[in-house]
Ligand binder design. Structure first.
Ligand SMILES: Cc1cc2nc3c(=O)[nH]c(=O)nc-3n(C[C@H](O)[C@H](O)[C@H](O)COP(=O)(O)OP(=O)(O)OC[C@H]3O[C@@H](n4cnc5c(N)ncnc54)[C@H](O)[C@@H]3O)c2cc1C
Length: 675
């Protein structure tokens, strides 16, 4: 019998993950086949595509998305807690069939061969994988194999997990009967598990606005599922939602429901090995709190393709490259381990008890748990806007800083690790490590990846410093343990402790400056909160951004004048940062601190005139003009300081940083001076 030809790649499963990988690989010229088993007709439902999923689809070659519409906000509900609206979420709703058709069409256009067959076993052949299928007498042979068979398909069991630990169930149905939504938001309700044991089922219920009017897809995901049947799970979720949102009371399912198993048991050990590369649900890449999986499926598919394209002739190296990519990109969001229950406990506590707070530290943590937004792994949007040579200069250092940060904190605070590598929406990620790098370069010395421990420590410190931004808790306000406050204090302390350790390890000569900076920051905040008229609102952010620039100058052993100039650049970046956030808050847009105007004023983060009055439209317009003028003034002073530095790549990077800080102000209309 003749040996079947050797393909470059075989993919099992034509869902989002499999198609994403296959399209990228075939578009790069590889010979790719997808094996997809028969799927019977299923009722139509609308899916939520998070901003990351949308971005990955936009980056997928030859893919055209059919009708889909924007979801701009998410109304987050937890029983017994006040409603919280997450804005600027950048998500979409799409009919499930339309998404699958678009992926199929793009795959076939890219030259992927689709085979209707069922994969039944995977074996290792001579220098290749062999895939046994139900219909073929001979195996399909390929150099690389990607398993994208979903949560219930073939795949290796997660190392160290029992099957039950890893499973969640999702059920969805289109519903009608309630009055159409007035805005383009969606409902997201969480019913946490029992607070002490975590034993009971936790529910996440979504009401995804329909692509056609007056319809909603209700999707209920249950973690720790018991044997409840799908119809009663849907009914239970729907009842819980109706109890929270009375106007959804009349909602009733239109027809059949769609259900499936979700595997939330990601671990780096299971995603590559004797069965090839596992992507999407097959790799356990599903958010254990929301049951969201499309972004992970699309992204992990793309990462598998990237790893294979980097090592087309070396499957073992491609697997290692994939594990590195996926493990880093999803750090903290979808991990389970022996400590999974404890971690989940912490995250549920964070979601539920911190629901009332707009503290930036808690608000950022909330988004990090719920939305896989911001970055695709280590991509940095600010870096992406730079000239290629500047990217090449700073990129490796920043990537290494990310790796240090994530690996330092992921074990203990997984969702803080996600927060660490997440930007705000589509805005540039303002990295203190870039400021450090650029300042050192501008002062005549070059940092390289070996200094990443210092850069990673600095970024953790900046995250930890967010914990300072709230007012001191009222000791008598609440009886018992105030989890929100505990999270801020413990999380902030943890980050600062890790930062101090990393900085002491890698830059003992600047350890003292670091300790002094922390002391200065807390003094400034205390003075501001106490109403000291000499401490302006932007003093804290100026001090925050001044430090990385000063540290860079100190590391380069710059002369006093250069140190002062670089401090000025950093301070002005910080001042502009605060005034841009004021502008965003006054505009009702998402702030970079992820907080609200109310929080900013009641915690004296915003300028005093904003705190005094923001009642009518004319007054708000005047305040915006003031914030805009303050931003422009800070930018101008920053540019003047930059002009005092000799021309260098470091100066160009600092210029890009300052411009990045001020950029959202442009979307707020012309500057008062120009108009
Ligand atoms: C009811 C429901 C609603 C959901 N809603 C959302 C949502 O709105 N937003 C969101 O982000 N996530 C949602 N999810 C999760 C999301 O659907 C999954 O995370 C995502 O589809 C995973 O993609 P995948 O390609 O890894 O797997 P799948 O989409 O499951 O695709 C796997 C494919 O492999 C095929 N296959 C399996 N075994 C074999 C085999 N042996 N041989 C050949 N082919 C095989 C299957 O037929 C299937 O086509 C929902 C899940 C469910 C169940």
């Amino acid at each position: 019998m003749s040996v079947p030809p050797l393909l470059d790649v075989v993919v099992v499963g034509a869902g989002a993950a499999g198609c994403s990988a296959a399209i990228q690989l075939a578009s790069a010229g590889m010979d790719v086949a997808i094996v997809q088993d028969a799927v019977g007709p299923q009722p139509a439902i609308d899916l939520l595509l998070t901003s990351v999923a949308v971005q990955t689809l936009r980056d997928t070659p030859s893919l055209e998305l059919a009708a889909h519409h924007a979801i701009e906000s998410i109304r987050l509900r937890l029983p017994g807690r006040p409603l919280r609206t997450l804005t600027d979420v950048g998500a979409y709703a799409i009919r499930r069939g339309a998404l699958h058709d678009a992926l199929f069409f793009a795959a076939t256009s890219a030259g992927v061969r689709l085979r209707a067959d069922e994969a039944i076993a995977i074996e290792r052949g001579e220098g290749c994988f062999e895939l046994m299928t139900a219909e073929r007498a001979t195996p399909l042979r390929a150099r690389h194999l990607i398993v994208a068979s979903g949560g219930a398909g073939i795949g290796v069991p997660a190392a160290g997990h029992s099957a039950d630990e890893r499973r969640a169930v999702a059920v969805a149905a289109r519903c009608a009967g309630a009055s159409p939504q007035e805005d383009s938001g969606m409902e997201m309700l969480f019913v946490p598990p029992d607070a002490t044991t975590l034993s009971a089922t936790a529910l996440s219920v979504w009401a995804v606005p329909g692509v056609t009017d007056a319809e909603l897809t209700i999707r209920v995901a249950a973690t720790n599922p018991d044997d409840e049947d799908h119809a009663s799970l849907l009914a239970r979720g729907l009842d819980a939602l109706r109890a929270q949102v009375p106007q959804l009371g009349p909602l009733t399912p239109l027809g059949g429901l769609v259900a499936g198993v979700l595997d939330t048991g990601y671990s780096r050990e299971r995603v590559a090995g004797a069965e090839g590369i596992l992507v999407g649900d097959a790799a356990g890449l599903v958010n254990p709190f929301t049951g969201e999986g499309l972004s992970y499926a699309l992204e992990s598919g793309a990462m598998a393709a990237e790893a294979i394209l980097a090592h087309p002739d070396d499957p073992a190296e491609a697997q290692r490259g994939y594990v590195r990519r996926v493990d880093f990109a999803f750090a903290g969001n979808v991990e389970t381990s022996r400590r999974a229950v404890r971690r989940d406990h912490l995250a549920w506590r964070y979601l539920s008890d911190a629901a009332e707070s707009d503290h930036p530290f808690l608000a950022k943590g909330r988004r990090a748990i719920l939305l896989p937004e911001g970055l695709k792994g280590i991509t940095d949007t600010l870096i992406a806007t730079l000239e290629p040579e500047l990217q090449a200069l700073a990129g490796p250092f920043l990537i290494a800083c990310d790796e240090v940060m994530v690996s330092t904190i992921r074990e203990d605070w997984p969702f803080l690790a996600r927060m660490a590598v997440t930007g705000v929406g589509t805005e540039e990620r303002l990295r203190p490590a870039l400021l450090l790098f650029a300042a050192t370069l501008a002062a005549g010395r070059e940092l390289d990846v070996r200094h990443a421990t210092l850069g990673g420590g600095l970024e953790l410190a900046m995250m930890g410093a967010l914990a300072f931004l709230g007012a001191a808790p009222d000791a008598h306000a609440r009886r018992g343990l105030d989890w929100a406050q505990v999270s801020v204090v413990v999380g902030g302390d943890f980050l600062l402790g890790q930062a101090a350790r990393l900085i002491a390890m890698s830059g003992p000569e600047v350890s003292w400056s670091f300790a002094q900076w922390l002391a200065d920051l807390s003094t400034l905040r205390a003075q501001r909160l106490a109403g000291d008229p000499n401490v302006s609102a932007d003093a804290t952010s100026a001090a925050m951004y001044e430090f990385p620039a000063r540290l860079g100058a100190e590391l380069a052993r710059a002369d006093d004048a250069t140190v002062e100039t670089l401090r000025d650049v950093g301070s002005e970046c910080g001042r502009a940062f605060l005034h841009v956030d004021e502008l965003l808050a006054l505009d009702g847009r998402r702030t970079r601190l992820d907080t609200t105007l109310d929080f900013m004023t009641s915690n004296r983060l915003a300028s005093d005139e904003i705190a005094r009055e923001q009642s009518d439209a004319a007054r708000v317009a005047a305040l915006k003009a003031t914030a805009r003028a303050a931003t422009d003034a800070a930018e101008k002073r920053g540019q003047d300081a930059l002009a005092r530095l000799p021309a260098s790549s470091g100066r160009e990077l600092l210029d890009a940083f300052l411009t990045g800080v001020c950029k959202p102000a442009l979307a707020s209309g012309p500057s008062p001076a120009a108009s």
